[in-house]
Design a protein around this ligand. Sequence first.
Ligand code: CP
Length: 313
Amino acid sequence: MSELSVNHLLGIKDLSRSDIELIFNTADQFKDVINRPIKKVPSLRDITIVNLFFENSTRTRLSFELAEKRLSADTLNFSASSSSVKKGETLIDTVNNILSMKVDMVVMRHPNPGAAEFLSRNVDSTIINAGDGAHEHPTQALLDAYSIREKHKNLEGKKVVIVGDILHSRVALSNIFCLQKLGAEVQVCGPTTLIPKYIKGLGVAVSHSLEESLAWCDVANMLRVQHERQELQYFPSIREYSQQYGITMNHLERLDKEITIMHPGPINRGVEISSEVADSDYSIILNQVENGVAIRMAVLYLLASKNKMNFKD
Ligand code: CP
C-alpha cells in the first residue's frame, strides 16, 4: 500500500492497520532525515499549512511546526486568544478566510469533541486533528505506538496499560484504537470515577490497582489528571491520587521484569509520575517527543500526496 485510505486525519478510528503501518514506514525514512546534518527535504515546497490552536499546547504545536519546516512547507500559526474569534467570528468563517489566502492544509486543536470532523465536512481543505476535547489525539497515539515499536520491535501481543484520567483523555481513546489495530492488549487503570463506563465495550480490561497493572504489562503509559476538563472533584485529594496511582521507583524495583514507562506530557512530577521515574532509563518520554516530529512529517506528506498537492510540477 502506498497511499492512505483517508483524505483527512480526524481520528485513529478511521485508519486501517495498513494506514498505520504506512505512516510508520514513512516516519522511519523521515527519522533518518531529521538525524542528518541537513534536516530538511523539499517534499512540501510551495504548500502552505496553518496551525490553528484554540487550546494550549507545547509539544504538538511545536512538533507540527517543525515537521512542516523540515518538509519545506510554508507555515502560519494561529492563536485563538489573539484572533477575531474573540469578536464572535464562527469557526467556519475563520477557516474560510484563512483558506482564501491560498492555504492548503489545516492542523487544528480545539476544545470541542468532533470539531475537526465538523470542519472537514464544512470547508474545502485537508484537516488534521491535533486534539479535539476529550475525543481523539491521533498523532499522539501514532507517535506513542511508533515509540513502543521502536523499543519492543513490534506491537503484536504486547501488554499496554494506560493509567490515570481515562475519562477526560483524548490520548487514551486514540491509544486504545491504535494499539488494538496493531495487535496489542490494552488495559486501563485508575479510580472508578475516572474510568468511563463504555470502556469495557471497546475490549479493554479495567484495573483499579496500579501494582497489579504494572505486574501485568510490558508498557505503562501514565496520563496527567486533566483538571481543566473537570467540573467536579473526582478523587479526595491530589496526595491521595498520587499515593494510589502515581508511579515511583519503588514500584519498578519490586517487579521481576523491566517495563517501559511512557507519558504524553505535560508531566506533573510527583503526581502521576515521580521525577526519578520520569528521568530514568525506564522512561522513553523524550523519545516520544523526538518521534513526534517524524510521525507528523509522515502524516503531512502522506495526506499531501493523497490529495495530490505535492505533484504540481
Ligand atoms: N502531548 C500533548 O498533546 O502535549 P501538548 O498539549 O503540549 O501539545
